[in-house]
Design a protein around this ligand. Sequence first.
Ligand code: AMP
Length: 115
Amino acid sequence: MDCIFCKINNGEIPSEKVYEDNDVFIIRDIDPKADKHYLMIPKRHYKLISEMTEEDGAALMRGLKKIPGLADQLGLKNGYRLVINQGDDAGQSVFHLHVHILGGQALDFPDLRKK
Ligand code: AMP
């Protein structure tokens, strides 16, 4: 499958996994948008929340619940933001669902409306 995150998961593209279990893995984003920027990526390939099965949802939730226990080692002890971009308006660029984990600094929460 021509999916960059599947290729990272199966080792075709080298990348340091900072965390991995049966459900998900976490890598550093190659183009960070905050001092700390990771991606939590489910191992099973699907593009969108609309394609998630019940088990995909449960697997992702199990992954998300690992984040508090990893926060210290990931440099996120003061908090973090989770973002899932879906579709064109959100600028989704990799069509394998993933959760951005942003932190390591105080994060603006800008008004995104065009004025
Ligand atoms: P999105 O725009 O929400 O689909 O996010 C895709 C993210 O994947 C972007 O923040 C990219 O910087 C990141 N990305 C793309 N290729 C890689 C890679 N090989 N290793 C780590 N992050 C990547």
